[in-house]
Design a protein around this ligand. Structure first.
Ligand code: MN
Length: 316
């Protein structure tokens, strides 16, 4: 690891231009990692990286610190290759296609990620798939290299960890909590972060409530399926986490499925298991994910996908 940190430091010291890119439709961890790294590089190497994204930023993250430094790729006019390009929290190269040209032309390519990745693309990979969030790796870099930081950095790191662990529900070891302890000691107020994340547009909450109210129960109430038709999907922000969370609170429910009609004959499927695996069902639908939280995109009608899901859970 030390050699890697040394190489990173050397490259940043010599760099005259730096770009930071996270996955398309960035979430709290991708934004937190990109913007914290932005500020750390600015503070410690005197150079302001260009952070770029594609797709949309979820509404609750619209007021994330340094949000204005995150630039929409389509609005950038990039003419010169960057000396250093850092990919954060990207998962697979597919999620970075929008920035292909920047990545291909990079003089030096770094990646910092916590996703399992069998095909890393950078020459310097600071990857750790045992970390629950990319922001944890950034924190360890910051401490390991004795970087200077400020309040924005600490808050951005905390936002990434809070969101990627489902508010610590998916924590596997004490490592996240130790880092969180360090951040709280540094002045991070979790209350403020929760307040920020709980700020959602009215139309989103109304759409999500409607979906929950119309949910159907199968297999003796152990499976619940909610659907969001396209006219509502367009008013939704994010992935419909509230629907999944609300339905998962019902006693006796083991599996929650949310079907979102992204467009005609294209259904986004989100699967949650309360201590029960759902990844195999996701795989059967052509998707994947984690054991208890997985998903797929299926090209079919809402009714057909619902029927397939119900059948796939038949043996439960
Ligand atoms: Mn992440």
């Amino acid at each position: 690891m030390n050699e890697k940190l040394q190489l990173l430091t050397e490259k940043l010291k010599a760099a005259r231009s730096v770009a930071i890119i996270g996955h398309k439709n960035p979430d709290g961890d991708a934004l937190g990692a990109a913007l914290a790294l932005y500020r750390l590089i600015e503070l410690n190497y005197g150079i302001a990286p260009v952070c770029m994204y594609d797709g949309s930023i979820p509404e609750p993250l619209a007021d994330i610190p340094l949000r204005s430094r995150m630039r929409y790729f389509g609005h950038l006019n990039i003419t010169e290759p960057f000396d250093v390009v850092i990919l954060v929290d990207y998962g697979t190269a597919r999620h970075l296609e929008f920035a292909d040209s920047v990545i291909k032309n990079a003089r030096f390519l770094v990646e910092i990620d916590h996703h399992k990745n069998d095909a890393p693309i950078a020459s310097l990979c600071i990857n750790d798939d045992t970390a629950e969030a990319t922001t944890m790796i950034i924190h360890e870099l910051m401490r390991g290299l004795n970087w200077e930081y400020d309040a924005d950095v600490l808050n951005l790191l905390a936002i990434g960890m809070v969101t990627d662990t489902g508010t610590f529900k998916f924590v596997r070891t004490g490592r996240v909590m130790r880092i969180m302890g360090d951040l709280v000691d540094g002045g991070v107020r979790l209350r403020d972060i929760y307040d920020m994340l709980n700020n959602q547009p009215k139309k989103t909450i109304l759409v999500e409530s409607r979906a929950a109210a119309g949910a159907e129960f199968f297999h003796r109430g152990r499976l619940v399926v909610a659907m969001i038709p396209n006219r509502d999907y367009r008013n939704m922000d994010g992935r419909g986490e509230n629907v999944l969370d609300l339905l998962a609170r019902i006693r006796g429910v083991d599996y929650v499925v949310l079907l979102k009609e992204q467009k005609e004959n294209q259904i986004g499927v989100s699967l949650r298991g309360r201590g029960k695996p759902v990844n195999q069902v996701a795989e059967a639908l052509g998707g994947g994910g984690h054991i208890y939280a997985a998903g797929a995109v299926v090209r079919d009608t809402m009714e057909n996908v619902r029927d397939r899901v119900v059948t796939l859970f038949r043996g439960i």
